[in-house]
Design a protein around this ligand. Structure first.
Ligand code: ADP
Ligand code: MG
Length: 571
């Protein structure tokens, strides 16, 4: 785990060394000062050489200024190191999330992911900057101070050093406690984010049902748990701070008492006494550093653990090593004995066999929950079949490069997801590098032109989060415009117009009919009127494909389709 973390320092070696050596130099200066004071009092003062004394003062001032400058470097450039590492990790994590499959997102709360990307990584950045050099330098200064103290008076030094085991115990004890507390704290924050995400995202539902009180209670549970965990971690921190403060004062007091006694007995000069006292404080400094590290390490490592966990989540669906890029798919689709279940034991599709020819329009009908959407989502490999295979143009889709396969398939669903941004940006999502002419043409073919003309900002109108400022029909037209730009050889229309009123539906049907021209089209439809003219109608029930044929044939056959048709016709 540690070596994995350290690997992130690699690109910033120079920054690290700058930080490191500045810190070492600062440490040396810190150690040199008490020695200088010692000499100052014992040698320089009795000599009464005032010009030399003035020079010595100037020298000390210079050392202080140098140390101040070094501290600036350590603080600023050290933080830069931390932020760089944090940014790198965030980018890597985001990239990784893009690769994860539908199955992962089915089972993951959005709020948790947001917490990973924000809070956790900030703590990691904080730790990265307090990085290994802080610990190293703290230990070096500790040793340096001790050696100097030994040189001044070894008896007094050994007496002072009695506190070291106590310090180490304190450090280990609190570190363990805090790691645990922060691990809990972070999962609380993640849960908290998930709740907020759910609540705000579903606010319209919350208010429509008047369930604000229920939501408040639910939120309070999380909020209060968060409070308890956070308080616990502050309690540990407070203990740690006051313990180490007490320890510091004890050391000073101890040195003062013992030192006075040594001076009285003539074993210590006044200068040595002051120098020793200052060194004892330098000696304590690293303890504070180590304490600060103890505070930031558990947080950072708790965050890094979660980061590593997520980075280690392998995408279910990836390119095979020998996968080929397929351009210009024709759209001959063969489902061969396809079985699939979201959870392994529970099959949604069993032994489906189906052949769809290039350019054909095939409609799927059947009861809700029969697996029509599922069947279509296997084609772009949102999920992989658990049995059998799917081939396009004679090639198993698992042997194709995923990106190229998905370029060839377009999906229009019932809920259109629009990104918060402008109409233009949302339509261009179909083809990022489309020219203005292409864009205008797509808008026209999707019959969005008249609507856009009514907007003061035209295509640059903001659509609101998830497109809340557009009507269902308008959103559907945006989706169609996207598809005209994308221009895929295979098109899936999954109840694209089911949520619309009949008038809007029939208007949009025209656009969809134009869109499906020259493409292999899979239509899932609820209202049979919209698919009457399909080349073929396939009835999917829990028992798989039970009937297929043209509208008239299926009516004549008198099966499920004809019953469905009769029911809809009567209403
Ligand atoms: P249809 O589109 O025919 O109405 P679906 O393909 O959406 O049916 O769903 C088929 C079955 O799979 C249903 O029982 C549904 O509960 C289940 N299902 C759909 N999506 C998921 C999912 N992401 N995870 C687990 N089960 C799912
Ligand atoms: Mg469906």
């Amino acid at each position: 785990m540690l070596s994995r973390f350290i690997a992130y320092y690699k690109p910033y070696k120079k920054l690290f060394y700058l930080d490191f050596f500045s810190a070492i130099l600062a440490g040396f200066l810190e150690l040199g000062f008490p020695v200088a004071v010692n000499q100052f009092i014992d040698k320089l003062l009795p000599s009464k050489d005032w010009s030399l004394i003035a020079w010595a003062c100037a020298g000390l001032l210079f050392i202080y200024a140098l140390n101040a400058f070094l501290n600036y470097i350590v603080t600023y450039w050290g933080h830069m190191l931390g932020i760089n590492i944090e940014t790198d990790m965030r980018r890597k994590l985001f990239d990784h999330i893009q690769k994860l499959s539908f199955r992962f997102f089915d089972n993951t709360k959005t709020g948790h992911l947001i917490a990973r990307l924000t809070n956790d990584l900030m703590e990691i950045g904080e730790m990265a900057h307090h990085g290994p050099e802080d610990l190293f330098i703290a230990v070096m200064t500790l040793i340096g101070a001790f050696v100097l103290m030994l040189l001044i008076n070894w008896k007094l030094a050994l007496l002072t050093f009695i506190v070291v085991p106590l310090m180490i115990w304190l450090a280990v004890y609190f570190s363990a406690k805090m790691t645990k507390a922060f691990h809990r704290l972070f999962s609380d924050i993640a849960e908290f984010n998930a709740r907020v995400e759910d609540n705000v995202g579903g606010m319209r539902v919350v208010q429509a049902f008047g369930n604000e009180e229920f939501e408040k209670k639910l939120f309070d549970q999380n909020n209060l748990r968060f409070r308890v965990t956070k308080l616990l971690s502050y309690k540990i921190m407070a203990f740690n701070t006051s313990f180490s403060y007490m320890l510091k004062r004890l050391v000073t007091l101890f040195v003062m008492i013992c030192g006075t006694w040594f001076v009285v007995r003539g074993e210590l000069t006044a200068g040595e006494f002051v120098g020793f006292l200052l060194l004892a404080n330098v000696f304590i400094g690293p303890i504070e550093k180590i304490n600060a590290v103890i505070e930031s390490y558990p947080k950072g490592f708790a965050g890094f653990k979660r980061y590593a966990e997520l980075m280690d989540t392998a995408p279910d669906i990836e390119d095979r090593p020998n996968a080929v890029a397929v351009d210009n798919l024709r759209g001959d689709i063969v489902f061969r004995d396809v079985s699939f279940g979201y959870e392994n034991e529970k099959k949604v599709l069993r032994h489906i066999g189906l052949t769809i020819r290039e350019g054909e329009t095939v409609a799927f009908v059947g009861p809700s929950g029969a697996g029509k959407t599922t069947l279509c989502s296997l084609l772009p490999r949102f999920y992989d079949v658990t049995g059998g295979s799917i081939a396009i143009d004679g090639r198993d889709i698992r042997d194709m490069k995923l990106a190229s396969l998905r370029r060839g398939i377009g999906i229009v669903q019932q809920d259109v997801f629009l990104f918060s941004g402008t109409l233009r940006e949302n339509i261009l999502y179909g083809k990022m590098d489309a020219s203005e002419t292409e864009l205008r043409a797509a808008v026209k073919r999707a019959q969005l032109e008249a609507f856009v003309a009514t907007l003061p900002d035209g295509l640059d109108t903001i659509v609101g989060e998830r497109g809340v400022k557009l009507s269902g029909g308008q959103k559907q037209r945006v989706a169609i415009a996207r598809m005209f730009l994308k221009n895929p050889p295979i098109l899936i229309l999954d109840e694209a117009t089911s949520a619309l009123d009949t008038e809007t539906e029939s208007a949009i049907q025209q656009s969809l009919a134009e869109l499906s021209q020259g493409r292999t089209t899979l239509v899932i439809a609820h209202r049979l009127a919209t698919i009457k003219n399909a080349d073929r109608i396939v009835v999917v029930t829990e028992n798989g494909v039970t009937e297929q044929g043209k509208h008239e044939e299926l009516l004549a056959a008198g099966g499920h389709y004809s019953r469905l048709h009769r029911a809809q016709f009567q209403s």
